[in-house]
Design a protein around this ligand. Structure first.
Ligand SMILES: Cc1cc2nc3c(=O)[nH]c(=O)nc-3n(C[C@H](O)[C@H](O)[C@H](O)COP(=O)(O)OP(=O)(O)OC[C@H]3O[C@@H](n4cnc5c(N)ncnc54)[C@H](O)[C@@H]3O)c2cc1C
Length: 318
């Protein structure tokens, strides 16, 4: 049963921040928040609805790049012509997440900040490491959908498709709190279990994500995103990848690790080399170096290798 809570419609960013005191929780689209209330993972005294703050749902491009409000929906990102033309991996990541109904409501901010879907974490009966317990049940348990990198302490996979594309595109997150505003490069935003197993990002309880900024891609930059799930309709990915080809290539794997996972070996091979079947194959192999699959998920290795190769070639054709 969901515990009783107060509902507050915030009118401004400062109004919302003033209400964030550790016992309250931000609600954007509410997709993940509702699940967590029902699953007994969270029982806030107050839900602070930020949907009522005007102006946070805009996409704007200027000479420095793309600026996305946190309340922009996944559907808006998918359908926006500028995003699709110049930041294609982001449009495709947003457009392949969940279902059309969910994409109409789910926001980019909420997608980045949603909590992991690990079935041990989500189930009240398992007091796992992430919830203050003393073990990660996935290590010896049912781990077919879990991480193949960085999984030694906690084997969740980071759930956000959008984050995979944003990291590849070199995005920065604008965070606003009681002490003002800070800019956090996406590369420093996500928290690995060995840094702090209880959290997935550096946002404090009294801070809001207020913008996502992507630097303008140099001319000739191309990108692509691909996802593979058990079924095409609305499944979570088994493997996903975003690739950016340009002066600074980016290859980022999703559903692979507790954070969006930069495949540095693959990026090195793509830098300065012509993109063809051979380099794509070599980069895909390099992307999987250092993987530490668990008992039931080594099947993910060839899947990742295939989609990394295909996504590199798709970006080259874009
Ligand atoms: C069936 C199903 C399939 C799905 N498949 C996918 C998939 O394939 N890929 C994928 O990426 N996702 C998938 N999702 C997840 C879904 O996309 C996310 O739950 C959704 O994007 C969350 O967005 P929201 O606006 O509803 O966030 P909310 O539920 O409102 O918030 C999520 C979290 O973010 C915090 N928050 C939100 N906005 C802010 C802000 N601006 N500042 C500070 N904190 C904030 C909230 O406090 C909460 O902790 C799926 C979900 C379902 C139900």
């Amino acid at each position: 049963m969901i515990a009783k809570f107060q509902w507050q419609d915030a009118r401004t960013v400062q109004d919302a921040i003033a209400q964030l005191d550790g016992t309250s929780m931000v609600k954007a689209g509410g997709i993940d928040v509702m699940d967590r209330l029902k699953e007994g993972l969270d029982s806030p005294a107050t839900l602070v609805n930020i949907r009522t703050i005007p102006g946070l749902d805009q996409i704007r491009e200027d000479a420095t790049g793309l600026h996305i409000g946190p309340m922009v929906t996944l559907d808006q990102l998918d359908k926006n012509e500028t995003v699709r033309a110049s930041y294609t991996a982001l449009a495709d990541a947003a457009g392949h997440a969940a279902t059309p109904h969910i994409r109409n409501v789910a926001t980019v901010g909420g997608n980045i900040l949603q909590r992991p879907r690990c079935w041990y974490f989500r189930n009240e009966q398992f007091h796992c490491l992430k919830k203050g317990g003393d073990r990660c049940f996935a290590q010896d348990g049912e781990n077919e959908y879990h991480a193949i990198f960085g999984n030694q302490i906690c084997a969740i996979v980071h759930p956000s498709a959008v984050a995979v594309a944003l990291l590849a595109l070199g995005a920065t997150f604008e965070v606003t709190g009681k002490r003002g505003e800070r800019q956090v490069p996406s590369e420093q935003f996500f928290v690995r279990p060995d840094e702090d197993v209880h959290r997935e990002h550096t946002l404090a309880a009294d801070e809001l994500l207020t913008a996502i900024n992507i630097p303008k891609p140099a001319s000739g930059t191309r990108s692509a995103y691909m996802k593979l799930g058990e079924k095409e309709s609305f499944d979570w990915p088994i493997a996903e990848v975003a690739v950016v080809l340009g002066a600074r290539p980016g290859v980022v794997l999703g559903a692979a690790a507790p954070v969006p996972w930069r495949a540095v070996g693959a990026e090195r091979i793509l830098a300065g080399n012509p993109i063809n079947e051979d380099t794509a194959r070599a980069a895909a192999k390099a992307a999987l170096q250092g993987a530490t699959p668990l008992r039931n998920n080594s099947y993910k290795l060839p899947i990742f290798e295939t989609i990394v190769r295909r996504t590199i070639l798709a970006a080259a054709r874009a």
